[in-house]
Ligand binder design. Structure first.
Ligand SMILES: Cc1cc2nc3c(=O)[nH]c(=O)nc-3n(C[C@H](O)[C@H](O)[C@H](O)COP(=O)(O)O)c2cc1C
Length: 330
């Protein structure tokens, strides 16, 4: 396989061609700081940020979503919206706070987003989407990337047609999730369609995305599509060691031993403490519960056990429950 082990986006160099996907409700500072030390992450993104809430000021929620630190680099900030002026204003505001890379979401399938013309809703009017991207590029000096789905539905596969326009508009890289809006998360990511998008680009990197849950799937994505880099989403929610494993494989290194129970629990516990720091103990504990089904499948003994943990509301009770998991045998 002839691939570059680095990624360059408009002069920014990333140490690996592996990106941690923006995932609403998951890709916060607590997760990114847990994931990065495991290795292999070339670039991570925030979840999609609403320009309206960024522009409206200093609410606690937007402070949390914007939170970062020295170890949390490189980091791209993703914004979504349907209107040029709000997206441009949000991009300018982010740039003023020192953000190095901005991504525009053109793939979110959720009705409340796409139905209002944002996210994948932009794919219904590709020319307008390209104009919006051009305006955002013009409004800031930092590189602007775009994340697309293939199209609204299979009758309108527009992503490959948009690439020349986006490239001419100055977009610095494009991520393509190989599904349409109508598919949601059903079916499989279409690697042939991703290849069409790759082939439509002249000089900018195309980042392939969808269903990469193993080093083999990553190789298939690189080999079939010719993409410059891969973005990984759901696979890292339940297996944060996945990017490390793919990175080792790309370098021709032997697989690392899979994390044992103690390592998994230590990871879970550290992630929990980071969430408490970010959100405070009450909210942090409640929000952490969504990670339990992700991490718990391998660690918990059956459904009852899972339900018990999902009812915990106090930080100390969660700590005790995790300590108790450490006493159990594999
Ligand atoms: C819970 C969840 C939240 C997501 N939130 C975002 C988001 O904020 N912005 C975005 O561009 N994509 C979002 N996505 C899509 C992912 O970034 C990615 O494109 C998709 O999951 C396909 O990649 P995967 O098969 O590796 O998961 C989200 C996906 C999931 C599962």
């Amino acid at each position: 396989m002839n691939l570059s082990l680095r990624l360059n986006i408009a002069g920014l160099e990333f140490g690996t061609p592996l990106l941690a996907a923006p995932m609403a409700g998951y890709s916060d500072l607590a997760f990114r700081n847990s994931l990065r030390p495991l290795g292999g992450v070339g670039l991570a993104y925030t979840e999609m940020l609403s320009p309206a809430s960024l522009l409206q000021g200093k609410g606690k929620r937007s402070r949390i979503l914007l939170a970062t630190c020295a170890e949390d680099q490189p980091l791209g900030y993703q914004i979504y919206g349907a209107h040029t002026s709000t997206l441009c204003d949000a991009a300018k505001l982010l740039e003023q706070t020192g953000v190095k890379l901005i991504d525009i979401n053109m793939g979110c399938p959720q009705r409340k987003i796409a139905g209002n013309g944002a996210g994948a809703g932009l794919l219904r009017d590709p020319e307008e989407a390209v104009r919006i991207a051009a305006s955002v590029v013009q409004s800031v000096k930092v590189p602007v990337t775009v994340k697309l789905r293939l199209g609204w539905d299979h009758e309108r596969l527009v992503a490959h047609e948009m690439v020349p326009g986006l490239e001419a508009a100055g977009v610095a890289a494009i991520t393509i999730h190989g599904r349409t809006r109508s598919q949601g998360y059903t079916g499989k990511a279409d690697l042939d369609e991703i290849r069409r998008v790759v082939q439509a680009a002249r000089n900018i990197p195309i980042i392939g995305n969808g269903d990469v849950t193993s080093p083999e799937a990553a190789r298939r994505m690189f080999e079939t599509t010719g993409c410059a880099a891969i973005m990984i989403g759901r696979g890292i929610l339940s297996n944060p060691w996945l990017i490390r494993d793919i990175w080792r494989d790309l370098q021709g290194l032997p697989p690392a031993p899979p994390p044992d129970r103690a390592e998994q629990l230590a990871y879970m516990r550290a992630h929990f403490e980071r969430m408490l720091q970010l959100y405070g103990p009450a909210v942090g504990t409640i929000l952490y519960r969504k990670w339990i089904p992700q991490y718990g499948r391998k660690l918990l003994k059956g459904r009852r056990h899972m339900v018990e943990l999902l009812q915990i509301t106090e930080a100390d009770d969660m700590r005790k429950a995790m300590d108790a998991l450490g006493q159990e045998q594999e």
